[in-house]
Design a protein around this ligand. Sequence first.
Ligand code: HEC
Ligand code: HEC
Ligand code: HEC
Ligand code: HEC
Length: 198
Amino acid sequence: MGDALAELEHDYVGIARCKSCHGKALMGDQVAVWKQGPHHDAFTTLKSEESQAIALRDGIKGPAQEAPECLACHVTAFHVNPDRISRPLKASDGVQCESCHGPGRSYRKKSIMADTKKARANGLWDPSAASGICERCHNSLSPTYDPARFTLKDGTQAGFDYDQAASYITHPIPPDVKGRYIELDKARKKREKQARGQ
Ligand code: HEC
Ligand code: HEC
Ligand code: HEC
Ligand code: HEC
């Protein structure tokens, strides 16, 4: 499943449609982890003085937070055909889940999500190293790109290194829950119901 192809076939829905499950403690609350990380604030960054100075230097007219030259990588799905966006995405959500996991409208259903194969067939991307998804934005077109940002094991320097960069934003499903969320969530609900004496 090519990523560009998924973008033609499936709609973006926004992070609110992930939060109902991925905001749960049992799941590992990926939403909370993302909020602490760099991508949540990617749009807010464009309002800073530093951003304004960069825009001015690059001959951009008007505020950085309105410039397509900046928004392209600082919000989700900026380049996507509006027909493929089922509800308006909030710019203030910055680079959210769907920037790396793909347009979520078709895969977000519980029965599909629970089965990785089905989810992939319904637009869920694999953001791991080989896919180049990070490099859609982490590349030399970024005005702040530092070609010496990362030092590799062999001592050479690189502007992007998947393993190190991914380790800074890691948001796992707890290992004892992985593959069992639906079952464990059901058991939790049952216990809570019993505790309420119902
Ligand atoms: C109705 C609940 C629900 C919603 C809504 C939902 N997910 Fe999931 N998601 C799950 C479940 C269940 C799993 C599998 C958990 C497990 O390992 O038991 C999962 C797994 C995943 C995985 C791991 C896939 C894998 O196989 O490695 C990713 C990535 C993911 N979801 C992203 C998203 C994103 C992004 C959204 C919003 C567009 C979303 N999910 C919305 C329930 C949901
Ligand atoms: C090709 C994608 C891309 C474009 C286009 C882009 N950015 Fe970024 N921006 C990034 C990425 C990725 C980072 C984080 C790593 C880096 O600096 O490359 C970043 C980081 C930043 C930072 C934070 C640097 C820091 O010190 O934390 C600022 C400020 C910024 N960008 C401003 C802008 C402005 C202003 C524009 C438009 C003139 C712009 N960016 C266009 C991808 C992009
Ligand atoms: C900047 C890119 C990026 C963003 C934004 C992002 N993720 Fe991920 N996510 C990843 C990467 C990379 C992995 C690890 C993939 C791998 O190793 O297979 C991952 C893994 C996951 C997993 C599987 C964890 C596991 O233990 O198997 C889930 C679930 C997930 N992400 C959900 C989300 C949700 C929900 C959001 C939004 C709140 C989100 N992600 C935002 C890049 C991202
Ligand atoms: C849609 C564009 C986009 C994608 C895709 C993306 N990022 Fe980013 N990333 C950004 C922007 C923009 C920033 C800077 C945000 C800021 O400082 O406000 C950033 C910042 C970061 C940072 C912190 C800055 C640094 O150099 O340490 C890390 C780490 C990072 N991203 C990792 C990843 C990884 C890993 C992936 C792929 C799984 C990924 N990103 C995919 C746009 C993106």
